[in-house]
Design a protein. Structure first.
Length: 552
């Protein structure tokens, strides 16, 4: 990180932004101030709804005009106020001098245009160059962001690239007009840990070589600490703490910052009841609760043997498959009653495909999945995105009651209604939530709802497929606590699938490490984290951002 000169590039003063809900207006951001110096990286940290992204969108002129308005403040970029109603000036500054990298690259890229043409379009819009020179500059940018085979990437469409490759194209797109300020809004949230590290390395290299100023927005404190010179912590539309990145994270002064740090799973893998943001903000202290698994290791509950899955990728004129993708390659493992078995690996490794074969959602190409004699064979799956797994036309109560009636767990609507209220209460929701629709719940509440629905049939096994990866750190802590409480109370067995190595280490008794459809390492979770044997596992662990210690 290069702090460069101390002159201020962007100076945001007393920014207040209101949003309309119906006929009423409310402040989403209130009197927010921060500065970005030339050559400096400012990290803005906060959870969903804190105002961190909204503040940056205001500077970029990207707020939705119909439902938002800036009621106060200035955003001075090189002395020019970005918030004044001067379209020509705003277009010049925001198009050439400032650029933004968004969290989801597919929303930033045109699916109907080749990647190279999209970046060239930006160059041609801001510089008087020939099409051939623009193409050469795009290929040079693709090399700079470390895309493989830049000339080939030029010709490809976004859907033909991996997530990390798409994000690199978006970074090249943002750099095409050679901006002085780059705003990176959660640029690595949806990426695997190794891809995340490579993207961060690219951004750090570009920032240093180009002398860029950067705003790095994230809810991940470890990431922000890794890339930032200064940190601004936002909570409920206000800046609650600001200062040197290292000092803020090593010795935070505000209870909210302390709370964010305290909510993270401990790095030693101890399965304890995690602190919640509410308990830290209210300065509540209580005895630490430890969770232990009662594992029946005498005989497996579930045996998976030589599981294989091929997906057809090419067919001839007669519809016969001529080429396949080997998603899972002869995977074998046991699941023991009462344990949490973690399955770790990057996107495309086959971990979710294995879970779907166990569930019977897809058929295996070969191999066997056998339940221990006497087991009820009751198994449920909790997906990553609870909203997409809920019917938006059904209320919370209807979603759960339907599961109870279809499975014949309950024989009448009255019995199902009573049981649904019990399940809602068990997962920390209220009885009045019965009549609310999915869109009216927060992300954490929706996750609790789908957990309640999964418990409706009293399963032996829950498969949790990236079930907390989309949640803020404080909400994640609440859901992890809930899962551990339910596991102990109901004597459940978990298959916990994740690419978040800290979370899966915290939750799991044993780990399976998957790479390219195969299990490359397995064993005790703590043993693998402290002494990984396989080079791929070592690579994954080396990619984890350095962790800030939780606050006592």
């Amino acid at each position: 990180m290069n702090t460069g000169t101390e002159s201020i590039l962007l100076d945001v003063k007393d920014l207040t932004i209101s949003f309309r809900s119906g006929n009423e207006w409310g402040n989403a951001v209130e009197k927010v101030s921060f500065q970005v110096k030339k050559g400096q990286v400012l990290g803005i940290v906060g959870e969903s709804g804190s105002g961190k992204t909204v503040s940056s969108l205001a500077c970029m002129g990207l707020l939705p005009a119909a439902i938002s308005k800036i009621t106060n403040g200035k955003a001075l970029f090189k002395g020019q106020d970005l918030l004044i109603n001067d379209f020509a000036l705003a277009k010049e500054l925001r198009g050439r001098e400032m650029a933004m990298v968004f969290q989801e690259p597919m929303t930033s890229l045109n699916p109907s245009m080749r990647c190279g043409a999209q970046v060239a379009e930006v160059i041609l819009a801001h510089a008087h160059q020939s099409a051939e020179k623009a193409k050469q500059k795009v290929i040079s940018l693709f090399e700079e962001v470390e895309l493989p085979s830049p000339k080939e990437i030029w010709k490809r469409y976004p859907h033909e690239l991996s997530g990390g490759q798409k994000q690199r194209v978006v970074i090249a797109l943002a750099l095409a007009a050679e901006p002085a300020l780059l705003i990176a809004d959660e640029p690595t949230t949806a990426l695997d840990v190794t891809v995340q590290k490579s993207i961060l390395n690219v951004l750090a290299k570009l920032q240093k070589e180009r002398g860029l100023s950067m705003i790095f927005i994230s809810h991940d404190l470890d990431l922000v600490a890794q890339v930032s010179d200064e940190i601004s912590v936002m909570y409920k539309g206000h800046v609650v703490e600001m200062g040197n990145a290292k000092k803020v994270l090593e010795k935070p002064s505000h209870h909210y910052t302390k709370g964010l740090l305290a909510c993270k799973p401990p790095v030693n893998g101890d399965r304890i009841q995690l602190a919640t943001l509410a308990s830290v903000l209210e300065n509540k202290t209580k005895e630490t609760k430890h969770y232990t698994s009662e594992i029946d290791s005498a005989s497996p509950l579930l045996e998976i043997r030589d599981l294989v899955k091929h997906f057809p990728i090419k067919k001839n004129l007669f519809g016969k498959t001529t080429a396949v993708f080997e998603a899972v390659k002869g995977v074998s493992f046991n699941v023991f009653k009462g344990e949490t078995l973690g399955i770790v690996g990057e996107s495309g490794c086959g971990k979710s495909t294995v879970s779907r074969m166990i569930m019977g959602l897809i058929e295996s190409t070969s191999g066997s999945i056998e339940w221990k004699k006497g087991a009820s064979r009751s198994i449920q799956l909790v997906f990553q995105d609870p909203y997409s797994s809920l019917n938006p036309r059904l209320t919370a109560g209807q979603s759960i009651s339907e599961a109870l009636l279809v499975s014949k767990t309950c024989s009448s609507k009255e019995e199902a209604h009573k049981k649904t209220n019990e399940l809602l209460t068990e997962v920390g929701l209220e009885k009045e939530h019965f009549s609310r629709y999915p869109h009216s719940f927060s992300g954490g509440q929706r996750q609790r709802l789908v957990i309640a629905r999964a418990l409706a049939t009293s399963p032996d096994v829950l498969i949790l497929d990236e079930s907390v990866s989309a949640l803020d750190v404080s909400v994640q802590a609440q859901v992890l606590n809930l899962l551990n409480e339910l596991k102990a109370k109901r004597h459940l067995t978990f298959l916990f699938i994740s690419h978040d190595l800290h979370v899966v280490h915290f939750m799991s008794d044993r780990l399976l490490i998957m790479e390219a459809g195969s299990i490359v390492e397995s064993g005790n979770a703590r043993a693998i984290f402290t002494n990984a044997q396989h080079p791929y596992t070592q690579k994954l662990l080396a990619s984890i951002p350095e962790t800030t210690s939780p606050i006592d």
